[in-house]
Ligand binder design. Structure first.
Ligand SMILES: *Cc1c(COP(=O)(O)O)cnc(C)c1O
Length: 354
């Protein structure tokens, strides 16, 4: 039996996806060759790439709206600089909600003026700032939809006339929203879509071509768009597994379906955190993430007992990020409800024992 996997990333993937992926590594499409040893220009792989790109648009409800999809390398971290390289002419506005936003801000500063419209650093990123103003003359506004490390999530996005850029690495495909509000969305695959090694970028093409600088080919979105995400050898295996996960999600009923499951899982865990006197949540209740729940023990003396119990219950990946401490339960799309129940059972058992 598989362990209950609450890992923050790389994260849990659906069993049927892992099964199909492992088969494709040995014998892809019954053609007696491995997926990872055929040409990326061959029809079987070109079909994978096209299908993966189409599924992204379909699931996000962005078909025929001027968006294109890329599967790039370098992780979401490379997008911190690539977005600025391609979009920042004079000035950009950023919302700072945690470690990842801070890193994005650091890179963008290399390319122009940066306005930090608001930050929750004053309270160790335990809330989402609200009521800030975005300068009308900014080239774009950048935010992080889900703060993977601290466990906060943006529930609303600002109305603004400047292009909206969002790092959705840890909550893309997890909840419904009007994705057409955004001009550029990026997400590292390994949080909610596939294995590490590719980053999905969804771009409204009309925001490109407006900066004065020369952009190196590999860092220029237009290069990759012009070649249908095949300018150079794409990460074939991560793209294939992402495609399988997106197919899995579509067959389940898409984002509309998975959002209900995700809310059920989050409600089950947060109710226990709030009810059980031995635990407390880390962040503001209204800003809690449905993907990453952070919590601590109210009595640190129980740590060894709790840790032994969760190990016994075969619960993996629950340690909080080193900058926060405590615990973090990552409940990505593929995590079953029964895994959250297993964690809640252990929390209740601790209460009985203590
Ligand atoms: C994990 C994460 C990143 C970094 O992703 P890499 O692919 O490791 O570069 C960036 N942003 C968010 C929100 C993340 O959760």
């Amino acid at each position: 039996m598989k362990k209950h996997n609450f890992s923050a990333g790389p994260c849990i993937l659906p069993e049927e996806v892992l099964q199909k992926a492992s088969e494709a590594v040995v014998n892809f499409n019954n053609d007696d060759l491995s997926l990872i040893e055929i040409s990326h220009r061959s029809k079987p792989f070109v079909d994978v790439m096209e299908n993966a790109r189409a599924l992204v648009l379909e699931l996000l409800g962005l078909e025929n709206k001027g968006y294109s999809v890329l599967f790039l390398q370098g992780g979401a971290s490379s997008q911190f600089l690539m977005t600025a390289y391609n979009l920042l002419n004079k000035k950009a506005a950023y919302l700072n909600t945690g470690t990842w936003s801070t890193k994005a801000i650091k890179e963008a500063k290399l390319f122009g003026d940066l306005v930090e419209v608001a930050s929750s650093k004053d309270k160790n990123f335990t809330y989402i700032p609200k009521g800030y103003e975005i300068p009308n003359d900014a080239d774009y506004f950048h935010c992080t939809s889900n703060n993977t490390i601290f466990g906060t999530q943006m529930k609303d996005f600002p109305e603004t006339n400047v292009p909206l850029v969002c790092d959705m690495s840890s909550d893309i495909f997890s909840r419904q929203m009007d994705f057409s509000k955004f001009d550029l969305i990026y997400a590292g695959a390994q949080k909610n879509m596939g294995p590490a090694g590719t980053t999905v970028v969804v771009i409204k093409e009309d925001i490109l071509g407006k900066v004065d600088r020369t952009i190196p080919s590999m860092l220029n979105y237009q290069t990759h768009l012009g070649k249908d995400s095949m300018f150079n050898t794409p990460p074939v295996f991560p793209v294939y597994v992402s495609m399988l996960t997106l197919e899995w999600l579509k067959n389940l009923g898409g984002i509309e379906f998975i959002e209900k499951v995700n809310e059920k899982k989050a409600t089950l865990l947060y109710n226990e955190i709030d009810r059980n006197p031995l635990f407390q949540g880390v962040v503001e209740v209204e800003d809690r993430s449905i993907m990453n729940a952070t919590f601590t023990l109210t009595d640190e003396a129980l740590k060894d007992t709790f840790d032994a119990m969760r190990k016994e219950a075969r619960i993996n990946g629950l340690n909080g990020h080193r900058s926060v401490g405590g615990y973090r339960a990552s409940m990505y799309n593929a995590l079953p409800l029964y895994s959250v129940q297993a964690l809640v059972d252990v929390m209740q058992e601790l209460e009985r024992k203590a």
